[in-house]
Design a protein around this ligand. Structure first.
Ligand code: MSP
Length: 469
């Protein structure tokens, strides 16, 4: 039994939670439940990134006081996470007093790795990221993620000497001391690392008023990414408390667009603080809609709550954990969603319904699921291929359906009732065993199945688990 710490990226609170955010939480929850199933003690962090110029401007535009604006939006994210059936143990808001104070202590601890300089270059407000001349040229001056021209900055600020750590970061990544999944993203990042300059870690207060003050310099606030990345350890109490029970993190989950901050700046900060690096960085792909990047200008944004409203949260979790790749981009369309819902109804809903009906008729008693060996499943999970792991389970469910069709317990009941009973008991036991792992992906459904087939007298549910409308 181990202590396992899992983290999710903390979203900017400049808008509503969207499908991309859901992916972070869902993957974290799948890993959390899998780790718990093995008897580990798990802490799952979530939170909100509430500083920076983007949020500040949005708040001003909304006409609300900035603090009220971020309070309102932080609440939306907490509600959203709950609506996904995801349970976190820790929630950090970067405007929390504890977080801000600890950030300042972190800054001070970084000591000589910080120096003052002048930044002349490009910035993307959407990414809240400094952009090198090379990137600027490669992207023709326009951020590919935000489709907005980069802004020119010329300002005094503090720098973190990435050059102090670059070789060690490379070694840690190459040796998998800090393992980046998937491998193609690891390679992509190692390429980027070659040209990674020292990074600006503050902004002048006159340009960005909304941030954590730099200790000892009232004209500067911390660069939002320094403040944000610190959240993973401030929530554990660092540097005021010993965090060695849960740090280093087992798995840090991020989207592909922010891997570079987590694989570059974050390890440099950790090394500067003499803290160990996280064991794993898992970078997931992006969700597209109808093959296109979701965007307000294209008008193809689908709100997660609209999907959940349709058939509840379980089909949502089913779609995004079985039909969306863990590490590649994944697409959503309503057609594909309805097809997925039908699979749920046909493969699983029907199986439960007919098995429970047969069990009742033949007076088969309920039982309890056991966690059986499943090397193929564990192998997929260890590689963070959650969708393929789910596939292993789904195949077992489909095989159970086939087995019922072939063994025809209803026919057997007429000639050899005892044998029919034994066959049914065996199939039910198998479903209950599969159901233990199913709970990682579809928790509520798994609970219902355990309840139905765990009862002394099995009763089919009054309404099928996934009714067809
Ligand atoms: N605030 C930073 C993260 C700081 S972590 C110390 C940030 N916020 S974000 O709101 O822009 O993104 C939050 C998460 O959502 C990131 O993991 C990001 O990759 C993910 N996604 C944003 N859009 C996405 C999709 N369209 N699809 C999947 N995930 C995407 O970056």
């Amino acid at each position: 039994m181990k202590n396992i710490y899992i983290t999710t990226a903390i979203p900017y609170v400049n808008g509503n939670p969207h499908l991309g955010h859901a992916m972070d939480y869902l993957l974290a929850d799948v890993w959390r439940r899998y780790m718990m199933m093995q008897g580990n003690t798990v802490r799952l962090q979530a939170g909100t990134d509430e500083h920076g110029s983007k949020i500040y401007k949005k708040a001003i535009d909304s006409g609300m006081p900035v603090k009220d604006f971020v309070d309102q939006n932080a609440q939306k994210f907490q509600d959203f996470i709950h609506s996904l059936g995801v349970e976190y143990t820790d929630f950090v808001r970067t405007t929390d007093e504890d977080h801000e104070r600890r950030c300042q202590l972190i800054w001070q601890k970084l000591g000589d790795h910080i120096y003052k300089g002048k930044y002349e270059g490009w910035y993307c407000e959407g990414c809240e990221g400094f952009v090198t001349d090379k990137e600027y040229a490669e992207n023709d001056g326009v951020c590919p993620d935000h489709r907005k021209p980069y802004t020119k900055l010329s300002e005094e600020n503090y720098y973190l000497r990435i050059s102090d750590f670059k070789d060690r970061i490379r070694e840690a990544i190459e040796s998998d001391e800090m393992k980046i999944t998937p491998t193609f993203r690891k390679k992509e990042f190692l390429n980027l690392l070659k040209d990674m300059p020292d990074v600006s870690i503050s902004r002048p207060k006159e340009s960005v008023a909304w941030g954590v003050p730099v200790p000892g310099d009232e004209d500067q606030v911390m660069y939002v990414w320094i403040d944000a990345l610190s959240n993973y350890v401030t929530i554990l109490g660092y540097p005021e408390n010993d965090i060695s029970d849960f740090w280093p993190a087992d798995t840090q989950i991020v989207g592909k667009d922010i891997l570079r901050f987590h694989a570059g700046i974050w390890p440099a900060m950790l090394m500067g603080l003499d803290l160990p690096l996280p064991k794993n960085l898992l970078a997931h792909g992006h969700i597209t809609v109808g093959g296109e990047k979701m965007s307000k200008s294209i008008g193809n944004v689908i709100a997660p709550e609209d999907i959940i409203e349709k058939h509840g949260v379980i089909p949502f979790r089913y779609y995004f954990s079985r039909h969306a790749s863990t590490t590649e981009d994944a697409d959503f369309t309503w057609e594909k969603y309805e097809a997925a819902y039908n699979e749920l109804a046909n493969d699983l809903g029907n199986l439960v319904q007919r098995l429970a009906t047969l069990a009742k008729k033949n007076e088969v008693k309920g039982s309890k699921g056991e966690l059986k060996e499943n090397a193929e499943f564990d192998d997929r999970m260890a590689k963070y291929e959650f969708n393929f792991a789910f596939e292993v389970i789904w195949k077992q469910i489909q095989d159970l359906n086939k087995r019922i069709d072939e063994e025809k317990p209803w026919a057997l009941a007429k000639t050899e009732p005892e044998k029919a009973k034994a066959v049914l008991a065996d199939i039910i036991q198998e479903l209950l065993n599969i159901n233990v792992r199913l709970g990682i992906f579809l928790p509520e459904t798994s609970e219902k199945i355990a309840e139905i087939f765990g009862a002394e007298a099995i009763e089919p549910p009054a309404t099928p688990l996934f009714p067809k409308n």
